[in-house]
Design a protein around this ligand. Structure first.
Ligand SMILES: [Zn+2]
Length: 617
């Protein structure tokens, strides 16, 4: 009865998006059988269905053996590069894999007579065992009201208006919400602060009906299943945004609109469904093609205190890495360890955008990553299912990965690949903050011990929680030095110490220069030797951590601690021992196996051993 989580980003040629999430319980020792629960989020274009079907069969042994089938399908929005493949899979012959799926989407849109949507609804109706849980959700209030009014007038389908049969097939009143545990938001706030009253339409559900609901462990009415298993809680997939309503907290959602694209494309993307995947301390975010306006609320909901303790470890970049999402502020608040970008090689939209690549490389915004100088923020590794090699196809547009992006074949030659994330129960139980924050905490403690200082209890948590894993380097140095000196009773020395630290960090770069400069400034401003040394080490470490690879963290902790101990007057031998102890503490806090692994599979070899495996701490 040990759970595990797999998240597969399926490589689709050209432009399209498809993600498979698998929750497994091995059943060992729990007195029950092994179980598996699966959800496919989006299916690329119509032409991608064959590839996706082959991938599902290769990646999930139970599918190949015919002992299980797909549980849940999600269409985040009705663009053809997300919905088309789902429609084609539902219409697929010679397979039972999709015969009993529970389907979630935006509900009935205003443009419900568009051909792709009609074909999608008809494909669902081909299987009697399928349930579209969102069939009564009103995705667009005004046009649906219009259609309902027409229905009442004509007492049935309106002549000449093509309307999905499902709209008229349900009959009877449909209760709003109907889930006491996760009630629909009681009040909705429109732009400008106006409160939106619930629809006065008994047969339709709110556009935010899905927000707050868990979709992996759900019955055909969209209500929570009974406890899926005894023992440890399983991975969950919870909707946090739908039809421009973004979850606020446990019980409310806020309407957000006004993006970069123009209607109707804007409307489609902004209304994307977004989900939080949770497994123990591990968190993952996926949101279709949702835009920056909604992402502001998403990040505020997922990380209310803006702390590293509530970071989201993996963010799947919205809209294939386009510049309509993934802002600097969003990345800073989510603080991901890695970002996944689903974009096909030779895509005609030049995904990912230069702006997105620049942000993930540690820059403020639109600037693509230049070779020098170093960016002010830490780069977030990005994983691409594929990208267009600049200058090889369409000129313009061009697309690319940045220096810290990975593809299956990186560094060269470029090989397209499926990206699989694995999280074991042991990994899910590990510290949510990750090696960066743990390094900082352990090093401050070790350094303080080495200089003979007792660390006040709030000091280390405060420093950690302010850690800006992906934000500006100067902010990280500032908050750490200020926190340490304040916590050790030398707040008066903070300003000059911070100024010295940032000046030296900017000019000379690394820890070796920052530590003596901060120490000199702090002692010059009246701080005692020991607190000044601890603050100097923490500032120097923060400076280097902001730019270094995570694997360097233990060595950095060792260097910082030893240097500070010597500055504080500790003899060389004991100082070296303190440094070694800091190294060991950080290693112990980040055991082998890390928090999750990312495996690349060549797009044409989907099963078997991965082409490349990277462990993240
Ligand atoms: Zn898309």
């Amino acid at each position: 009865m040990t759970w595990s989580l797999e998240i597969h980003h399926i490589d689709l040629a050209g432009s399209g998006d498809s993600t498979l999430i698998v929750a497994r319980d091995d059943g060992v020792g729990g007195g029950h059988a092994a179980q598996i629960r699966t959800v496919l989020i989006d299916g690329g274009r119509v032409g991608h269905a064959t590839r996706i079907d082959a991938y599902l069969t290769a990646a999930v042994p139970e599918f190949a053996a015919g002992t299980d089938d797909l549980d849940v399908m999600v269409v985040t929005h009705y663009d053809v590069d997300h919905m088309g493949g789902v429609r084609a899979l539902l219409a697929r012959r010679n397979t039972q894999l999709y015969d009993n799926v529970l389907i979630f989407d935006q509900g009935e849109p205003a443009n419900a007579d568009e051909d792709p949507y009609l074909l999608y609804v008809q494909a669902i109706a081909r299987g009697a065992g399928r349930t579209r849980a969102t069939r009564n959700v009103a995705s667009d209030p005004a046009p649906v009201r219009k259609q309902r009014a027409a229905q009442w007038l004509f007492a049935g389908p309106v002549p000449g208006v093509r309307t999905p049969p499902v709209m008229f097939g349900t009959g009877g009143p449909v209760p709003l919400g109907g889930n006491a545990a996760i009630a629909p938001p009681p009040a909705l706030v429109a732009p400008g602060g106006a409160v939106i009253a619930p629809f006065n339409l008994a047969n339709w559900w709110h556009p935010y009906w899905l927000v707050g609901r868990e979709i992996l462990w759900t019955d055909t009415a969209g209500e929570p299943l009974n406890s899926p298993t005894p023992g440890a809680p399983p991975p969950t997939v919870t909707c946090i945004a739908a039809n421009r309503f973004v979850r606020n907290g446990a019980a409310t959602a806020t309407y957000r609109s006004g993006g970069l694209l123009t209607p109707p494309e804007q409307a489609k993307n902004e209304k994307s469904l977004a989900f939080e995947v949770r497994f123990g301390n591990f968190r993952y975010y996926i949101g279709g093609d949702i835009e920056s306006m909604q992402e502001q609320n998403v990040s505020a909901y997922l990380n209310p205190p803006d702390s590293v303790a509530q970071r989201v470890h993996i963010v799947k970049a919205s809209h294939h890495g386009a510049n309509t999402a993934t802002s600097r502020a969003f990345v800073d608040r989510m603080r991901p360890e890695v970002v996944m970008i689903s974009c096909g090689t030779r895509n005609q939209y030049s995904h990912p955008a230069d702006r997105t690549v620049g942000i993930l490389e540690g820059y403020a915004g639109a600037t693509p990553a230049p070779p020098a100088p170093a960016p002010p923020g830490r780069a977030v590794p990005s994983y691409l299912t594929g990208y267009q090699v600049p200058g090889t196809l369409l000129v313009p547009p061009q697309s690319r990965g940045g220096p810290t992006s990975h593809t299956a074949g990186r560094p060269a030659p470029l090989v397209r690949g499926n990206l699989r994330v694995d999280v074991s129960q042991v990994q899910a139980d590990r510290d949510a903050r990750g090696l960066w924050a743990v390094t900082l905490a352990e090093t401050i403690i070790a350094t303080a011990n080495a200089t003979g200082i007792a660390v006040p209890a709030p000091l280390v948590p405060n420093a950690i929680h302010r850690l800006v894993a992906t934000g500006p380097r100067a902010a990280l140095v500032t908050t750490v030095i200020t926190g340490v000196l304040g916590g050790l009773g030398a707040a008066g020395a903070a300003a000059p110490a911070v100024a010295a630290g940032i000046a030296v960090a900017t000019l000379a770069g690394g820890m070796a220069a920052v530590i003596p400069a901060v120490y000199a400034a702090a002692t010059g401003a009246g701080a005692a030797a020991a607190p000044a040394a601890v603050a100097a080490a923490a500032g120097g470490l923060a400076c280097d951590l902001a730019l270094a690879a995570a694997a360097m963290a233990p060595a950095l902790a060792q260097t910082a601690t030893q240097a500070a101990a010597i500055l504080a007057g500790v003899a060389g031998g004991p100082a070296a021992a303190a440094g070694a102890a800091a190294n060991a503490a950080v290693v112990a806090a980040a055991p082998p196996g890390g928090r999750f692994t990312v495996t690349f599979y060549d797009r044409n070899a989907m099963g078997g051993p991965g082409q490349r495996v990277i462990t993240h701490h």
